[in-house]
Design a protein. Sequence first.
Length: 158
Amino acid sequence: MTSQPKRVHADSSVYGGVFDDGFDLISRLFFEQVREGRFVLVSSPVDAREIDRSPEHVRDWLDGFVQVVETLYLDDQVLRLHDAYLRAGILSERWTDDAMHVALATAGRCDMIVNWNFKHIVHAEKMPLYNAVNALEGFGPLAIHSPAEVVRYEEEEV
């Protein structure tokens, strides 16, 4: 039985993770599964801006996925949700891009956001807060995971 691919917003931490010790193997496995069609990769202008500031090898890695990336755009819903996260105190203005990643994934109806940011996004105390704000703002819940939690490992049976 084949399931529908999950729409996944992966931010620059996952692209950069391909080249970071400790994150490289799982990040590469995640992107391999994107290529296999298990995930639909979703990106945004915020990701593009972050990637533009990244080393050339990270930008080159992303270029290998340009044909399969679905792009989300900033709109009134995204901005409203972003502002609601900041008003709720989940993150401060200093971490506005992290709030924007979650808002884009939520408003863009992604199945999940995949991220290596354990301080501001993939954090046990913050995840329910994001989803509480999502509910108050009329959105459904967003699954928030690290790549290690969503990849399928070889020994798994389907």
